[in-house]
Design a protein around this ligand. Sequence first.
Ligand code: PPE
Length: 311
Amino acid sequence: MLKPTEKIWRNGELIRWQDATIHVLSHVVSYGSSVFEGIRCYETKSGPAIFRLPEHMRRMVDSARIYRMEIAYTAQQLSEAAVELVRANGLNSCYIRPIALRGYGDMGVFGGKNPVDVYLACWEWGKYLGEEALAQGVDVCVSSWNRIAPNTLPALSKAGANYMNSQLIKMEALANGYSEGIALDSNGYVSEGSGENIFVVRDGKIITPPLGASVLPGITRDTILKLAHDLNIPVSEGIVPRELLYIADEVFFSGTAAEITPIRSIDRYTIGKGRRGPVAEALQKEFFAIVEGRAEDRYGWLTPVPAAQLV
Ligand code: PPE
């Protein structure tokens, strides 16, 4: 159960957590008209630091633009709001959830005259796929549900409505005793997990589905593409046939919540040695060293949060 923090940012103001409510006839409730982000803030020795904040806020603004939704704040202003929020809540590490939604006004599908309300909340969020997942790997399945087709819901927009498809994938996986499901795209090629991008390793080379495979342009995905390159591991974006999963040496998920989570079995095929493989481990090591401020922040990925003022 979600543990409340003190404050939520709403349209430029910090309000109390319990006051961040919406009317049941807000456009978003009937029609799913929201876009959102998920961002992690890590504890470092020099205080909390938000990982790839400008990139997340840029994607937020892009997500809204695709839906002709006008957010009254720039990516820069949203980034400043995130820093202010984490600071006000006095958290060392947390997960930040910006949301823009079409609010209360007209009813009907259009929604273009309804106000666009912007919220940022944060809370402490532990490991997404369980405590053991990062070290041991998870057991997953290929979903019977396809990922959203490109001419239905655009995957480059992180829209709330996309997550109805994610829920079908996730619920089916859990009902069948798996931790997560991998969806294929509408052409039958590997797309992504319900809330993660996916990477496949074979013969020391990494491959991940391209943006045309109905995937979210993940910030962690981009991070892995860069870190793999730095570690001299060949990495490319390319179409992944389903059966490549079963003959892979390693498969792993990436995401803000899931971080880098190894997959140890898919549809009960054991992947590699059935535990975290060396490529996933090397990437995890590099990733956590950077986000926790133990390695040089060579890409400028961390936004420090100044300590809250004592009153
Ligand atoms: N694909 C999907 C469908 C997705 O939801 C996420 C993030 C990713 C890929 C990875 O993107 P990125 O976080 O930028 O590396 N999923 C978010 C929501 C999880 C949730 O359950 O809520 C997340 O990881 O924060």
